[in-house]
Design a protein around this ligand. Structure first.
Ligand SMILES: *Cc1c(COP(=O)(O)O)cnc(C)c1O
Length: 474
């Protein structure tokens, strides 16, 4: 045993010899001696361990080439960005795990313009002194929502946390039991409430909450009444909820603020895009909400951000909270949002200018035609492995927006041929092959099929070219 362990080690070249070799020198020129030496050491360690463990390999000396190849590969991997573009063919348009909203061209240009140098983030160019970070977006937010004041933080979860902590620290927050929401990525209202230092005062039942439930819960300890948009589910059947207007009346009567966490938050009616009606931010404010919070990267179609709009005195209190400093947005986000909002001035052209809305409103005929054109390309590449057909399917808006409403779409349905028993493995290998394309393609498995929903595919020709490079070894 000890023989096997020691003898193969002798067959490995030394770190020094490798570093001085002609094959490694160009890597040192590119990445520096220190990193390359570290990687050479790590790779040698790996070889040494596997030699010690594996008799069969140990018999043949490991060539210097194999080590050099491995070092080159490790360095390549290290310098390939981990975060990169993918093709979202999951059928979920605003996919949280895939970065939600694609940004308008105008937003990208604005981000680039401020990214490389200094910008007047908190500097007032008129009077030449300290300015307000929110000033770059506040005017447009007020114009588009009818609110009296606005502020922006890192995301909507931060917006809710900040509102609760600013207005209801050590006080009761009244919420209907039907609205104690959990959103996909670990946003759970009761938990946020606890961390914000608020006491949760649940009222009503899961399916029914009445005005009297709120009335009876209001006391001198009440900080605010919270209404949360049930973004990712609906309560159906024998149900009752208190409308915003009636809730506003109760809140007003007792002098406590009514806060609405709208989640997706849209500034315009979605009906003209063929989507079901969602209350707009201004409608919620008109119905009497004192504050509304919503996301920047859901239906709004912008960067990740949490937007708070509403009463001036309340927004002022929020802005004075030290937590605002911890949750603030950077110049890049402000630039993107500042370029997105003016696009809403002309709702007629939103679909062309805001990609998220463009994708949601994409005509099914256009999607289907593209699928028909691409099906033979994919079928050709997968000949003998899988058959490819075009199928009607439903896309989802995603991010908890309009949960029950799906959009008619078309998908490439890829079905493995051959033994049924092997199908699950072939499917898994297919998804892996699509994921390892230079621009990874993410689809979904459904009912024994690998589905690629074509709704979000925009660069048809590039996709077709990529597919021919699909490396699939069954
Ligand atoms: C999405 C959502 C949130 C969280 O918003 P983020 O921008 O993802 O932080 C909070 N509340 C509701 C109702 C939501 O739909």
């Amino acid at each position: 045993m000890s023989d096997r362990k020691t003898s193969p080690r002798a067959t490995l070249p030394s770190v020094d010899r490798l570093i001085r070799s002609a094959a490694i020198r160009p890597m040192i020129d590119r990445h520096g001696r220190r990193l390359v030496t570290e990687v050479v050491r790590e790779v040698l360690d790996v070889f040494r361990t596997s030699l010690a463990r594996n008799e069969r390999v140990a018999v043949s000396p490991v060539s210097g080439d194999a080590i050099v190849d491995r070092v080159a590969r490790v360095l390549d991997d290290m310098f390939t960005p981990s975060l990169r573009p993918v093709r979202n063919l999951t059928g979920t348009v605003l996919h949280t795990n895939l970065g939600r909203s694609p940004l308008p061209r105008e937003a990208v240009a604005a981000m680039t313009a401020v990214a490389t140098g200094a910008a007047n983030v908190e500097y007032d160019l008129d009077y030449g002194g300290r300015g307000d970070r929110d000033s770059h977006v506040e005017d447009w937010l007020l114009r588009l929502t009818g609110a009296a004041a606005a502020t922006v933080v890192n995301n909507n979860a931060a917006a809710v946390l900040l509102v609760l902590n600013s207005l209801a620290l050590r006080r009761d927050v009244i919420v209907s039991r039907g609205e104690l929401i959990e959103i996909g990525d670990a946003f759970r209202l009761p938990d946020i409430m606890a961390r914000a230092g608020c006491r949760l005062r649940e009222v009503g039942a899961t399916n029914r909450t009445h005005a009297a439930d709120y009335e009876n819960a209001v006391s001198s300890r009440t900080g605010l009444i919270l209404k949360a948009h049930t973004s990712n589910y609906i309560v159906q059947g024998f149900t009752a909820a208190v409308e915003g207007k009636d809730l506003a009346e109760i809140a007003g009567k007792h002098g406590v603020p009514l806060v609405v966490d709208l989640g997706s938050g849209t500034l315009v009616s979605l009906r003209k895009f063929g989507l079901p009606e969602e209350p707009t931010v201004s409608a919620i404010l008109n119905a009497g909400a004192d504050l509304v919070t919503f996301s920047g990267d859901k239906l709004l179609g912008g960067p990740q951000a949490g937007i708070i709009v509403g009463r001036k005195d309340l927004v002022a209190r929020i802005k004075r909270n030290p937590l605002k400093r911890a949750l603030r947005v950077d110049k890049i986000t402000l630039a993107a949002l500042g370029a997105l909002l003016p696009l809403y001035a002309d709702p007629e052209r939103l679909v062309e200018r805001v990609p998220a809305l463009g994708l949601l409103a994409r005509p099914v005929a256009e999607i289907r035609n593209m699928a028909e054109r691409l099906a033979p390309v994919v079928a050709d590449r997968l000949a003998g492995i899988a058959v490819v057909t075009v199928r009607s399917c439903m896309s989802q808006v995603g991010s908890g927006a309009l949960p029950l409403d799906s959009l008619p779409s078309a998908a490439l349905a890829i079905k493995p041929v051959g033994a049924k028993k092997k199908a699950p493995r072939v499917l898994r290998d297919l998804t892996a092959a699509f994921r390892s394309l230079s621009t990874p393609v993410i689809g979904r498995i459904n009912d024994g099929l690998f589905l690629l929903d074509m709704r979000c595919l925009e660069d048809e020709e590039e996709f077709a070219r990529d597919v021919t490079r699909l490396a699939f070894n069954p």
